[in-house]
Design a protein around this ligand. Sequence first.
Ligand SMILES: *Cc1c(COP(=O)(O)O)cnc(C)c1O
Length: 354
Amino acid sequence: MKIHNFSAGPCVLPATVYQQASEAVLNYQNSGLSILEISHRSSEFIAILEEARQLVLKLLSLDATQYTALFLQGSASMEFLRVPLNLLQTKAAYIDTGTWSSKAIKEAKGLGEVVEVASSRDRNYTYIPSDYELGTHLDYLHFTSNNTIYGTQFVEIPQVEIPLVCDMSSDIFSRKLDFSQFDLIYAGVQKNIGPAGLSLVVVKNEILGKTTRAIPSIMDYQQHINHGNLYHTANVFGVYACLLNLRWLNDLGGIEVIERMNNEKASLLYRTIDGLDYIKGIADQKYRSKMNVTFDFEAAGLKELFDIYCRDANIVNIQGHRSVGGYRASLYNALPIESVEVLVQVLEQVKHKS
Ligand SMILES: *Cc1c(COP(=O)(O)O)cnc(C)c1O
């Protein structure tokens, strides 16, 4: 039975990744050992880790002499704290575009002065603020490129003269950008990279070492870099599953190819939503996300009908976040267009009863 999983995260990964990961659990590359029992210091794992770190930089077209990729235990929420610990000397600017940005701001406030330069809170984060001015003496600007909960996405990346830090948890590897405009990118891996439990951090080496604060070792990016990303026991299986996913993307043709596929999925779904008068999109058209599509029905009765049709069509995890309501279809890299086609049929099916 084919299930169409529109979960916002953890989310669907490529079927080949499930297959290869399960084989490695039983017997990693005919070693007679499970991936779950090999040492994080073994040559097998070091090869996995190094290939994964290199693939990250290759897929993002970043210079390996200037940037370092790290797989760290924790999650994006851990980076909310690690970022200011490592980069905030006196004052930093944050753009507030929803729950995740707000949480990042909260953590930074404990470590220095935080200037919230713009917020879309006034309309429950249904848009991306573009009218703001940065002050002076700022250590960095932090923003969230894709707002998973509300279905909004930065179309244009802020152009600034100070270090640019981005929480790219829910749209990394989904669209082509000039990634060298960022000084630090982080992401919880459970959306476009792998299974939950890790964060990916891509940092421009030159921005580290500028604070005078004593950073606890495990929170210190430089410590992780100095130890070759093996400061402590790695999440061996998690990194391996991330590698499988990165290989899948690379073999497909990289970000350029996946972006075309993502555009096709998102435009099919938005076209459908715009074309049906009993459905409304939640986010402003100009800023709507290609990863998370939020929508609702005009009449409550149609929701019940839609829920039943979804169940019959094996569509799962499409309910909206509790702070927004309605529905949210997440169209991450590994979600096949066939799943979107099934969803479109179900949305149109509701019409016949409305
Ligand atoms: C999911 C998500 C987070 C939180 O990730 P955790 O790994 O649960 O800490 C942070 N930011 C964004 C944009 C997200 O989508």
